[in-house]
Design a protein around this ligand. Structure first.
Ligand code: PMP
Length: 299
């Protein structure tokens, strides 16, 4: 069965899918993206991801290429046509195809591409064993709240970390504070048990998983401190971890070659991982409204 992609209205075999060379996504990285995880057949936090997709488009003045309802349908078709149960669905929208020129083109429809790939959420080695990270300079632009396809700084950050022998990068701003990881939000658990993550301004991407954690943690009476922290504070932390729709909750067991806590995945990350899985699979009544399925939306 061939892998299927969606390109501007058509479902096509993945290996034949293509976009125009003058697509502004290719020419200028003039586009945005989202990733929705489907866990055991359920779309996790779909509403949050689609809200952020609309917000990113709005911030850049790109219209929605299809209605939200159609997009929800296409996402489900992608999971169905690729015969997936656990999947990451990537949605990319660009300002469209136009003769190369910097200003916005007039009356050009946006381009939309979806791809889906299998993701094995269970027996996830990174979640079970944790990963190492290295701090690198955050060289990105000032609107990190927009989820653009302009990911070169993150590509370089991750490669720098890998070249330095670490799995992931934690990016550090000009003031010396951690912003986030290369493709996830960064968290620490302080020695006195406080959860700390960077406040969501324009300097980081407000993770949809991070927002889910706000709900989950308030249900568990766990307080989150939203503030900037330094690598030095992270070295002294009891635990550290990353959150994202793709990676879920990944313990960071070593930062810049220094063991965090015991150097093993800690109890807070493990507990939050279990809670997040239960939340994503709709086992927690109080979070069910967050698991947006098309039928539930219709009710
Ligand atoms: N920060 C960055 C830079 C990211 O790329 C991502 C994942 N796309 C996140 C945070 C986490 O966002 P989410 O929880 O919505 O996947």
């Amino acid at each position: 069965m061939p892998r299927i992609a969606y390109v501007n209205g058509s479902y096509v075999p993945h290996h034949e899918a293509s976009v125009h060379i003058e697509d502004r996504g290719f020419q200028f990285a003039d586009g945005i993206y989202e990733v929705v995880a489907c866990i055991n057949g359920k779309m996790t936090d779909e509403r949050g991801h689609l809200d952020r997709l609309e917000r990113s488009l709005d911030e850049l003045g790109i219209p929605m290429p299809v209605t939200r309802r159609s997009l929800q349908f296409i996402i489900r078709e992608m999971v169905r046509r690729n015969r997936l149960k656990n999947a990451n669905v990537y949605i990319q929208v660009t300002r469209g195809v136009a003769k190369r020129d910097f200003p916005f083109p007039v009356e050009v429809p946006p381009s939309i591409v979806l791809t889906a790939r299998n993701f094995q959420f269970d027996n996830n080695k990174n979640v079970e064993k944790g990963v190492t990270a290295m701090t690198v300079a955050d060289i990105r632009w000032k609107r990190r709240d927009i989820k653009t396809t302009m990911l070169l700084a993150q590509v370089l950050a991750k490669q720098e970390a890998m070249d330095g022998g670490a799995y992931d990068a934690w990016m550090v701003d000009d003031e010396g504070f951690v912003t986030e990881a290369s493709s996830s939000n960064a968290w620490i658990v302080t020695k006195d048990g406080k959860l700390v993550t960077r406040n969501a301004t324009t300097s980081i991407l407000r993770g949809v998983t991070r927002t889910a954690f706000e709900k989950i943690c308030s249900g568990l009476q766990m307080k989150i401190e939203e503030r900037a922290f330094t690598p030095a504070e992270a070295y002294e932390a009891q635990e550290a971890f990353n959150t994202s729709a793709v990676a879920l909750v990944v313990p960071v067991i070593m930062l810049d070659g220094k063991k965090i806590g015991t150097g093993e995945p800690g109890p807070v990350a493990k507990k939050l991982y279990a809670e997040y899985r239960a939340y994503a699979e709709g086992q927690r009544g109080e979070h069910v409204e967050w698991v947006a399925n098309l039928d539930e939306d219709e009710a």
